[in-house]
Design a protein around this ligand. Structure first.
Ligand code: SF4
Length: 293
């Protein structure tokens, strides 16, 4: 059997940076460190962090003065940051620089008098934070249908994207908006690693009989990957961890493709590779990493 692994699989630089910052903070300030919400949208990674001393707390009101609190890579709104500071905690901000860029872009759009708009999922923590940077004024849309239902813009409208939004969907929505009115100003703020990850995964999917997408259902970029790959390769499975691999997923498959979201730990990817080898033993399994670049 041959296994093709999308080269851009697993933790992105923003997640690795956040993890490094938490571990450095643990070493410098001691246990416990609290993360405001799960640092990574992956249960096993969050459990591992908890064992290391980084505990997840979801409500600002539960923090006590002097505690060490980590803002995760998704960022927070200025209001949430103000409330955190008011609790008297020591803040460590791991907001991904690419998310920071969207926040600043929204501030600029709003202060220049343009109407702010975000293409993204309104309930995603990153988008909740970004709405705050528009002073709560941003309109959020997540589909072409929602774009079609918008009234004509009353003035210049600055449009940004949630960093991990599905690139294909983003371009469909943006093409529609540009045809609808010249008043839309588009700022492509999607994360390049998300786009490369999707390109690598689509390449691997085209070359494979079946696809295994490793990651959590809570992870926006994993689900966007699963949806897109699933449309191209109907024999695609979402694996929430190595333990989810079943013999049926490999039955009659000569080439299996593997892709993983930005919040999927390396151990989960190697766990699935080991699971495939064990399931196919004694047949040799060739593992090849492929990139669209
Ligand atoms: S997916 Fe991109 S924007 Fe999000 S944390 Fe990773 S590098 Fe940053």
């Amino acid at each position: 059997m041959k296994v093709l692994v999308a080269a851009q699989s697993g933790f992105c630089f923003g997640v690795r940076r956040a993890l490094d910052m938490v571990r450095t903070t643990l070493a410098e300030r001691g246990k416990p460190v609290y993360t405001f919400g799960p640092l990574i949208h992956n249960r096993s990674a969050v459990e591992r962090l908890a064992r290391e001393g980084a505990l997840c707390v979801e409500e600002i009101g539960l923090f006590e003065p002097g505690q060490t609190v980590v803002i995760r890579s998704h960022g927070v709104s200025p209001e949430q940051e103000r409330l955190l500071r008011e609790r008297g905690v020591f803040l460590v901000d791991t907001t991904c620089p690419l998310v920071k860029k969207v926040q600043l872009q929204l501030s600029r759009i709003t202060s220049s008098g343009q109407f702010p708009m975000i293409i993204g999922k309104g309930d995603h923590p990153e988008v909740i934070g970004e709405i705050g940077y528009s002073g709560g004024k941003a309109t959020v849309i997540s589909s072409l249908e929602e774009a079609e239902a918008l009234p004509l813009p009353l003035g210049e409208t600055g449009v940004v994207a949630q960093t991990t939004f599905n690139p294909e969907k983003f371009h469909r929505i943006v093409d529609f908006l540009k045809c609808r009115s010249p008043l839309y100003r588009i700022y492509d703020t999607m994360c390049p690693t998300t786009r490369i990850r999707q390109e690598d995964s689509m390449l691997v999917s085209r070359m494979s009989d079946g696809m295994l997408i490793i990651g959590s259902r809570q992870s926006s970029n994993t689900m966007s990957l699963f949806e897109r790959v699933g449309r191209q390769n109907p024999r695609s499975y979402l694996l929430e961890g190595a333990g989810a691999l079943t013999p049926e997923m490999l039955a009659g498959v000569a080439v299996v493709g593997i892709a993983a979201g930005a919040s999927t730990p390396d151990e989960e990817i190697t766990g699935v590779l080991e699971g495939i080898k064990a399931a196919r033993s004694p047949e040799p399994v060739e593992i090849v990493w492929r990139s669209a670049k």
